[in-house]
Design a protein around this ligand. Structure first.
Ligand code: NAP
Length: 482
């Protein structure tokens, strides 16, 4: 069991006598880490230090310094991928291979943002013979990044790197379940040469206490939140009291539109990978609703059943496992309740049985489940389950596919599989979602923006828009007319 300290106002703060929050390995039920349960007073101290750092250092104005610090951080992560990935698997339950990918990919994301730091620019306008308008992009100030546990390092770095690149001070509030690995990633940043004290803080503790104190603090200028829709709505409401800028990256119920002419082998393998195997479907963009052309529904269901037949669900550190553990006990119970609902009101195509030979009182292992014959208004179709549960709905025309795709409150992501270019364009244009992957799924790049339509969010992360999200513009007007 590893004890972690939080990082507040340039100092490491340990958990104190009560030991802090326990983090339990979801594959064994064993306690693997402890992180401090900080208080609103710690939040206040961290905000004060961040404000002082911005006022007294060159951080906000020296893009080369920021790029240099980010590049050092990327190099430190790159040299420690293996150990960091093991800790990620212990706290999150995901497969070790996926954890290595998650950690290693941050090197690429941080390096991209280091480059962006030096490319951040505004624009100027000639507004008359003696009038010039200069529009600057300035940092927001003190930014808080509040992140979830499913891809905890990707989602932390996705916001933290551009926020720093843009010249902000950043306070991170990681998910309690994955606080240990989040602190390890942050500790590699705070050791970088040239980073002014106070520019970065890590505030561990519960969302209801530390998170809420951050949301309400008048010295925090912007909140970048990734998590559940209900939490996000509450944060947006509470942030309005101090008129903070809020970026929300929320949940999804993403459609995967499968046309009869698609490359079936690739489509089935891709769908199974991202709804069942990767993080056990605990992905905001998980393709949880299969919309399949009715002429191939039966064949597709058979192929999907084969894809999950005999799948090995087990500890992420076991190389034989094909699926890891559900990260939290609450999430495990929520998924099981949806599986029970599906068995009552829909047709179970395959899966849905308890994983054999494990202690279900301690280990969060769940096998995939596929349901057809679902009512489009059922919670199975309308609500985010965030687990390895797939619903299947047939469509007879492309218009119907678009209609079904858009018939939930969400609009985060989607997939279209067809070899017909005209259909690909029609479907992609019609679907209301921040991302449409054509003939692939769940491909993320540092260069391309992500974000949600409808109740899946506000604002965009990654790419140029992701950097701009962490800035505000200022117009300086030079006027020498008489
Ligand atoms: P969550 O319960 O909303 O928690 C997210 C973060 O918010 C955690 O750090 C949590 O702290 C904190 N928090 C909770 N209540 C708070 C409050 N009142 N004020 C401030 N912070 C608060 O979400 P989750 O269960 O960790 O994550 C799963 C959800 O995230 C799913 O809905 C998923 O779709 C969504 N997600 C979205 C994206 C995207 O990019 N759109 C990516 C990944 C996940 P504690 O951990 O201490 O509770």
């Amino acid at each position: 069991m590893k004890k972690y300290a939080a990082y507040v106002a340039g100092e490491w703060v340990d958990a104190g006598a009560d030991g802090g929050n326990a983090i339990v390995d979801p594959a064994s039920g064993e306690e693997v880490s402890q992180a401090p349960a900080l208080t609103p007073q710690h939040v206040d101290a961290a905000v004060g230090a961040a404000q002082r750092a911005l006022a007294q250092s060159d951080w906000a104005t020296d893009a080369r310094l920021r790029a240099d610090v980010l590049l050092q951080w990327a190099g430190r992560i790159e040299r420690n991928v293996e150990a960091l990935a093991r800790r990620l698997t212990l706290e999150n339950g995901k497969l070790l291979g996926e954890a290595k990918f998650e950690i290693a990919n941050q090197v690429n994301v941080i390096r991209f943002n280091a480059g962006l730091a030096r490319s951040l620019c505004g624009h100027s306008h000639s507004l008359g013979a003696r009038v010039m308008g200069v529009v600057l992009r300035e940092p927001m100030g003190v930014v808080a990044v509040i992140s979830p546990w499913n891809w905890p390092i990707s989602l932390l770095v996705r916001d933290l790197a551009p926020a720093l690149a843009a010249g902000n001070a950043v306070l991170s509030k990681p998910a309690s379940q994955t606080a240990g690995i989040s602190i390890e990633i942050l500790s590699l940043l705070v050791e970088c040469e040239g980073l002014p004290e106070g520019v970065v803080g890590m505030l561990t503790g519960s969302g209801g206490s530390v998170g809420q104190a951050i949301v309400e603090h008048p010295g925090v200028d912007m909140l970048a939140f990734t998590g559940d829709g209900a939490t996000g709505k509450g944060i947006a409401r509470d942030a309005a009291a101090t008129v903070k800028k809020v970026a929300l990256e929320l949940g999804g119920k993403s459609p995967f539109v499968l046309c009869a002419d698609a490359d079936m082998e690739k489509a089935i393998a891709t769908l199974a990978r991202f709804i069942f195997f990767t993080t056990c479907g605990q992905i905001c963009t998980a393709p949880s609703r299969l919309l399949v052309e009715s002429s191939v529904e039966k064949e597709v269901c058979e192929r999907l059943a084969q894809a999950i037949d005999g799948v090995k669900v087990g500890p992420g550190l076991d190389p034989a496992s094909q699926m890891g553990a559900i990260t939290t006990r609450d999430q495990y119970e929520k998924i099981l309740s949806f599986v029970e609902l599906g068995k009552k009101e829909a047709t179970l195509v395959a899966g849905g049985e308890p994983v054999a030979g494990v202690d279900h009182g301690k280990c969060n292992f769940i096998a995939p489940a596929i349901f057809s014959g679902v009512d489009p208004q059922s919670p199975l179709v309308q609500e985010e389950i965030f687990g390895p549960v797939l619903t299947v709905q047939p469509f007879a025309s492309d218009d119907e596919a678009v209609h079904l795709a858009n018939s939930t409150p969400f609009g985060l992501a989607s997939g279209v599989f067809t070899q017909n270019l005209d259909r690909a364009w029609f479907l992609s244009r019609g679907i209301k979602a921040g991302t449409v992957w054509v003939n692939n799924y769940n491909r993320f790049y540092a260069e391309t923006e992500v974000g949600g339509y409808k109740e899946s969010g506000v604002g965009r992360m990654a790419g140029f828009d992701g950097l701009h999200e962490f800035t505000q513009t200022k117009h300086i007007n030079f006027d020498s007319t008489e």
